[in-house]
Design a protein around this ligand. Sequence first.
Ligand code: CNA
Length: 335
Amino acid sequence: MTADHKTIKAIAHFINDNPRSKIIFMVGAGISTSCGIPDFRSPKTGLYHNLSKLDLPFAEAVFDVEFFEENPKPFYTLAKELYPGKFKPSSFHYMMRIFQDKGRLQRIYTQNIDTLERIAGIDEKYIIEAHGSFAGNHCIKCKKEFPMEFFRSKLDQDFEDKFEFARCNKCKGLVKPNIVFFGEDLPLSFFETWDDDLLELDSSKEKKQEYMVIVAGTSLTVYPFASLPSEVPKIIQRALLNREIVGDFDEAPRMNDIVFEGPSDEAAELLMNELGWMTELKELKKEFKERKKYQDSEENVENLVEQLDKLELNAVKIGVTIEEGIKKSTFEKKK
Ligand code: CNA
């Protein structure tokens, strides 16, 4: 048995030995890479590595609200490639659904904007989309809300032709999906729900056996989300299922941390097997099988870079200096 397999056994033991225990998941882009959606920071296949080849002032500019105001087209190009609906969930998403169905799910804090948790059939009462989602839109000037279709319909245009951006019918400001860009606040529900969950985790020493926190598929570099694992009370069992050891698991590891260094789907499948929940996983996979799987992540990112390249982006033309860009790109690093 490999060391990784042993770590999964340790998670399974905790769950079996504590039949009332519930899981809080904290997840990021890594749980969706197997669905064909590139993450940000993986070397070679990540979006940032590929966007850095372009003439953008800084790779993160596509997700910057000031940049969007100046030049919305790169974000439209990206949204067209990554828009929810093209992708089906991964084994990891199905696993979280099974925890829900078994009454063993407390919460999912996700940084992802792909809505694959909802698509997997997880009730929204369990999901906190910390960085928002494509499910709604708002005007960046007057904040008026618009339905999902209002922005989505603009993606059907031919990007080469004269382009019509989604604009507010009240103030003519640009309308964008409710995904959190750099320079925007996280939804209030993120802070409020985390406060409630933290109170619950903190409230009694007996809670030790009642909860487990599983962190997966995230580089833990975007704050404030990245600080969640460090705020988990020390008596609560934490686990990391990720290709690399990150954040608090690296900087302030705890004696009882469980760490699986590898693909999150492999961890999910091993865990379902250990818990005897493999039949449920297979059934969910079968249910979603008919849905078309999109291109693989690498192919997807290549398409995207090609599309963005055609826009002939130019830092000077869009009025953001390289210095400003570099300053902005450090926004998310740890203060
Ligand atoms: P990130 O910074 O790109 O980090 C991803 C992490 O996952 C890295 O540590 C990788 O090593 C790891 N990883 C990649 N693939 C796997 C895998 N198959 N199994 C296990 N681990 C893997 O992404 P974060 O989520 O940490 O960064 C937060 C950003 C990314 C948020 O603002 C998101 O909105 C944004 N994002 C979301 C999506 C999406 O919705 N699917 C895609 C790309 C970026």
